[in-house]
Design a protein around this ligand. Structure first.
Ligand code: C2O
Length: 344
């Protein structure tokens, strides 16, 4: 059977590393608010185009910063507030929810086949809330285009100290113009820029093409109701998804806060742009393969989660509702795929 949406009333303290501050990750629960089932936006909704973060103009940036500022100003217990938004990630990733019917088993959306769809919905609702806050239904989050040379640094828009997009808990040695290492394992390679770019492109080729020929290899291993968490990540989840988290977080913090630990990663606004690219590359991977690359298994298709939407209503979503981004009325700026022929 599929993993069911958690019962919000049964949220408890997460399992955090000992050195992490005691953190409550449970989303606001409002007794009496009834859960609605997700319906895709009407087909007439304008398509939102997510831009590459390193290519946005000043007008877009002003709008995005205003939206994040407003989100940060909402009362902490408003389900749409920035505080609540990052907690959602912590709750689904650090064991704050039990599986419905299995009180000894947590819900974990990483290291399994729920990774891509869960994060797609998470970013989707975050984006819809930001759009609502500025009264712009066409607002689309930027994506961190780390798979192309022009996007291989922390996007400059996040590095401005006076911006609401800034987060001080990041690695000071990994600020622009330092290039990201998509294979980062804790030490900087210190190789010439051209070489780092080539290495990153080869890693992309491996993760998207040569090592991702089968659905489980890319999307991750089956995880059903009653299963122990962490059956196995798709290779992309570890590299480059995980390595970019690790590279961005602050090594002076006990757990690489913010980006390098589950509980804290979504406190950094760049999280949503990092996951924009992860989401985009799922779409690209799917598009590169003829035939159906989705799991046909109903335990995947009917796995369900809960998110608060832009009206602060709890919405039950199923994996099958998110497979086509056009149905969700968004797409990505076309920036090319420079790794497509980067066969080592
Ligand atoms: Cu839920 Cu990038 O991790």
């Amino acid at each position: 059977a599929p993993i069911q949406a958690p019962d919000l009333r049964n949220c408890h303290r997460p399992d955090l590393p000992d050195t992490a501050p005691d953190t409550n990750c449970c989303p606001t629960y409002r007794a009496g608010s009834s859960i609605i089932d997700f319906r895709p936006p009407p087909a007439s909704t304008p398509l939102r185009v997510r831009p590459a973060a390193h290519l946005v103009d000043r007008e877009y940036l002003a709008k995005y910063e205003r939206a994040v500022r407003l989100m940060k100003q909402l009362p902490a217990d408003d389900p749409r507030s920035f505080e609540q938004q990052w907690r959602v990630h912590c709750a689904y990733c650090d064991g704050a929810f039990d599986q419905v019917g299995f009180p000894n088993l947590e819900i974990q959306v990483h290291n399994c086949w729920l990774f891509f769809p869960w994060h797609r919905f998470y970013v989707y609702f975050h984006e819809r809330i930001l759009g609502r806050l500025i009264g712009d239904e066409t607002f689309a989050l930027p994506f961190w285009n780390w798979d192309a040379p022009g996007g291989m640094t922390l996007p400059a828009i996040y590095a401005n100290r006076s911006s609401p997009l800034y987060d001080e808990r990041r690695d000071p040695a990994h600020q622009p113009p330092v290039l990201v290492d998509l294979d980062f394992s804790g030490t900087d390679p210190n190789i010439p820029r051209d070489q780092q770019i080539d290495m990153n492109l080869m890693i992309m080729y491996r993760e998207m093409i040569s090592g991702a020929k089968k659905t489980e290899l890319f999307l991750g291993q089956p995880y059903r109701a009653g299963d122990e968490p962490d059956p196995g990540a798709g290779s992309f989840e570890n590299v480059p998804h995980g390595t970019v988290h690790f590279w961005t977080g602050d090594p002076r913090q006990p757990n690489g806060e913010d980006m390098a630990n589950f509980y804290s990663s979504a406190r950094d606004p760049v999280f949503f742009s990092h996951h924009g690219n992860v989401d985009r590359l799922w779409r690209v991977w799917r598009g590169l393969r003829p035939g159906n690359t989705d799991f046909a298994d109903p335990d995947w298709l009917d796995a369900a989660f809960l998110f608060y939407d832009e009206d602060a209503r709890p919405v039950r979503v199923r994996v099958r509702d998110c497979l086509d981004t056009a149905t969700l009325r968004y797409t990505y700026q076309d920036v090319g795929l420079p790794w497509l022929n980067a066969r080592p």
